[in-house]
Design a binder for this molecule. Structure first.
Ligand code: NAD
Ligand code: MG
Length: 385
């Protein structure tokens, strides 16, 4: 039986690489649902090639175009946020790959968990916003959450065969992004174009900016807490500019296990699909003749304040990470429209953290309200600093 996969965000960086994994293993995997936000032409091309049961376009104004383009095929066509949230529960689906961006991933992920689908989780924002709620829900429904983020996949791979052995430390590696060696003065003037050029990974715009600002690593610290049940002080970040070691785990005897490989997201995507098996893959191999030096540095939270803000949110817990995520989505969108400076992003996030009402044990409704309130405040701060 082929595993049926729903890809939320199939036209993005993770989504298209997931389709390459499916293409490489046609005997094992089938795309059951493909979804996109806006890029209707790509979605049409993917649907014609992979012949899923259904496609969903979040932007309802593109429905007619999508429907018409697929009229000759027996593919169900839906549009809108609600359809996207509902489709994940369809009976034949085995795995839901959450590869959409941002807070929008939360509700479909919750629905997929309730429908007992295995979650291949790329959308880290879901765990940042509501990690506790997601873990409770996954526990109640017996739903596995398999990490796709390369660092967390690395940790997950290091933990194989270690049942019962407590983790002393999770060590997340970070490339340091394009501005790793920039001075504070230089950071004041960096541009969107420079921020969008990541040295090692080709990713969507939002996560590329998050990587440049280190918010991505901050989010990954929060993600690690919920995925691996470790305390904030057990999660360490180390800068490793070559992105060859994808992350590490230190055990109680002092042993450190690492997972290494080329910077290629197809491996963690495939591992989330095939776990606990490993499948033969054609991806490029690591060549130690080429990578002759692996180096490590300490992160600088003075220049990259977002990392400190994320740790602060993790310590405060409650709805604070949700506040940081919402403010971050607003400032990143503004930065991509040249409406805020690179360093200005951290200022707005910090001020939003101080202004939004704090809730210690939020419900789902509280997260929805927090997200709205934080977005409104962050937008206002950008307009009238
Ligand atoms: P991307 O921008 O390349 O693609 C995003 C996809 O989601 C597109 O298909 C888009 O149509 C869809 N989408 C966006 N907003 C949506 C919305 N509101 N509703 C419905 N669909 C929407 O992004 P990406 O780089 O593939 O990242 C996707 C997720 O995976 C993010 O959460 C990111 O943090 C995470 N991630 C990405 C990488 C990577 O290498 N790209 C690595 C680790 C984690
Ligand atoms: Mg990552």
């Amino acid at each position: 039986m082929k595993k049926q996969i729903a890809i939320l965000g199939s036209t993005g960086s993770i989504g298209t690489q997931a389709l390459q994994v499916i293409e490489e293993h046609p005997d094992r995997y089938e795309a059951y649902v493909l979804t996109a936000n806006n890029r209707v032409d790509e979605l049409i091309a993917q649907a014609r090639k992979f012949r899923p049961e259904a496609v969903v376009i979040a932007n309802e104004t593109k429905y007619a175009q999508l429907k018409e383009a697929l009229a000759d095929l027996p593919i169900k066509v839906y549009a809108g946020e609600e359809a996207l949230c509902q489709i994940v529960a369809e009976k034949p689906i085995d795995i839901v790959l959450t590869a959409m961006v941002g807070y929008a991933g939360l509700r479909p992920t919750m629905n997929a968990i309730r429908a007992h689908k295995a979650i291949a989780l790329a959308n880290k924002e879901t765990l940042v916003v509501a990690g506790e709620l997601i873990n409770e829900l996954a526990g109640e429904n017996g739903t596995p959450i398999l990490p796709v983020d390369s660092e967390h996949s690395a940790v997950f791979q290091c933990l194989t065969g270690e049942i019962g052995n407590p983790i002393e430390k999770v060590i997340l590696t970070a490339s340091g992004g394009p501005f790793r060696t920039c001075s504070m003065e230089e950071l004041q003037h960096v541009t969107k174009a420079q921020a969008l050029k990541h040295p090692n990974w080709d990713m969507g715009a939002k996560i590329t900016i998050d990587s440049a600002s280190m918010m991505n690593k901050g989010f990954e610290v929060i993600e690690a807490k919920w995925l691996f049940g470790v305390r904030p002080e057990q999660i360490e970040v180390v800068i490793h500019p070559q992105s060859i070691i994808h992350s590490m785990v230190q055990f109680e005897d002092g042993a450190v296990k690492a997972q290494l490989g080329m910077p290629d997201m197809r491996l963690p995507i495939q591992y989330a699909f095939s776990y606990p098996d490993r499948l033969k893959a054609s991806f490029p191999r690591l060549d130690f003749a080429q990578c002759t030096s692996l180096t490590f540095e300490q992160p600088d939270i003075r220049r990259f304040r977002n990392l400190a803000l994320a740790y602060e949110a993790l310590h405060q817990a409650g709805n604070m990470p949700c506040i940081v995520n919402a403010a971050n989505e607003v400032v990143v969108a503004a930065f991509l429209r040249d409406e805020i400076s690179f360093l200005g992003m951290s200022d707005v996030i910090e001020q939003t953290m101080q202004k939004v009402s704090y809730i210690k044990k939020p419900t789902y409704e509280d997260y929805v309200a927090t997200d709205l309130e934080a977005r409104a405040i962050a937008k206002q701060l950008i307009q009238t600093p």
